[in-house]
Design a protein around this ligand. Structure first.
Ligand code: PLP
Length: 387
């Protein structure tokens, strides 16, 4: 049977896939089973930070793979300890809990906020406030945290104790806090799945101040925005914030599953012995991969991410058929006169893979995509957007 047929017969039908069977890739080029070449501007949804089969990444992974692929958390391993040190030194955070996905990194964040509040103020203070149009994951609890009604219709009852406000509405948070004491606030600084919506830095600073004044745990979901994506190691560094908890995953290990929940001086000791755990969390191969990714995201490299961002934003802003551009770093969305899915299909037919987010086209290229490939891809996008 062909791959498409095997998939349709044996894999749960939760994904509407595009008619491409990805076979192999190198850097930002990827090839399907028939050998057709594509320039990839999606990175497996912000995951393959250095593209496909990157040499340095592959060397870091295979070296660790040849030594020890798993240990369980009953024993120490150097890759996890070292990666945690690097993440803390580069962010000012104090401790890390490792898991395997974005949803799990947010689950841990929610646990930190609830335990912090319960320890200090008692069990009634459990509400977690998130934003409308947010996306925090697919587990029952992170679905409950996700501020999009489409995700709330199935799987009732969802986890209680979540409430949503609009970005910008501090008064709504205050009203909730007066009714049902708030343990934590969880936000994305750029809402990726919600349409690449960049939050207003002034409001986020106001939100952080309110949380600090009320001793509400201020948490940032950097699952998509983290790991160099927005031109700083983490997006909160673009905003000059001091979050209590930061969650991340996607691009952290460059294509292997790894989630991280980072805690600051206020929250570092909330989770104690036996309070949380994960069999695969902190896997040494994934951590070695992440170490190689994070070590390469130095100031010079991040400056190149910003330069490529400027080039792309500028090219899109001046493109016929493009009506609006938003984003930060190499996390870019744009609205087109044609439906986004039509632009996406035209791009795919002509060898460029782009994503969508709500009704926008979305670009999340590998952070090291060569300028020459970006320029070629821009030409294909321009042709697809033109009427
Ligand atoms: C993708 C994403 C998640 C979920 O990550 P998974 O690894 O799919 O569990 C959570 N939050 C944000 C902001 C995301 O973009």
């Amino acid at each position: 049977m062909k791959t498409e047929q095997l998939d349709a017969q044996y894999i749960a039908g939760t994904y509407a896939r595009y008619p491409v069977v990805m076979d192999h890739g190198k850097g930002s080029l990827v090839y399907d089973e028939a050998g057709k070449e594509y320039i990839d501007l999606g990175s497996g949804i912000a995951v393959t930070s250095f593209g496909f089969a990157d040499d340095a990444w592959q060397a870091a992974v295979t070296e660790q793979l040849g030594k020890l692929q798993h240990s369980s958390n009953l024993y120490y391993t150097k890759p996890a300890a070292q990666l945690a040190q690097t993440l803390c030194e580069r962010t000012g955070m104090k401790k890390v809990f490792f898991s395997n996905s974005g949803a799990e990194s947010n689950e841990a964040a929610v646990k930190v906020a609830r335990k912090y509040a319960a320890d200090k103020y008692g069990p009634e203070r459990y509400t977690i406030v998130t934003l409308n149009d947010s996306f925090h994951g697919r587990t029952i609890t992170t679905l409950s945290a996700t501020g999009q009604d489409v995700f709330h219709k199935l799987f009732q009852p969802l986890t209680p104790g979540f409430a949503m406000i609009d970005a910008g509405d501090t008064a709504a948070l205050q009203a909730i806090h007066e009714q049902t004491p708030v343990a934590g606030v969880l936000i994305e600084l750029v809402q990726g799945e919600g349409g690449v919506h960049v939050l207003d830095p002034e409001w986020v600073a106001e939100l952080q101040d309110y949380c600090a004044a009320q001793d509400i745990v201020f948490m940032i979901d950097e699952v998509q925005t983290g790991n160099g994506r927005t031109g700083e190691l983490f997006a909160f560094q673009n905003y000059g914030l001091k979050p209590d908890v930061v969650s991340t995953a996607k691009g952290l290990a460059g294509g292997l599953p790894l989630g991280a929940t980072m805690m600051n001086d206020k929250t570092q000791d909330v989770l104690g012995f036996g309070d949380h755990g994960s069999t695969f969390g902190g896997n040494p191969v994934c951590c070695a991969a992440a170490q190689s990714v994070v070590d390469r995201l130095d100031a010079d490299f991040l400056a190149q991410v910003k330069a490529k961002s400027e080039y792309l934003m500028d090219a899109l802003a001046n493109m016929d058929g493009v009506t609006e551009v938003s984003g930060l770093g190499l996390m870019i969305g744009f609205r087109t006169e044609k439906p986004a899915v039509e632009v996406q299909q035209l791009c795919r037919d002509n060898g460029v893979l782009v994503l969508t987010a709500k009704d926008k086209v979305r670009l999340l290229p590998a952070l090291n995509i060569p300028q020459e490939l970006l320029e070629r891809a821009v030409g294909v996008i321009a042709a697809a957007c033109a009427s």
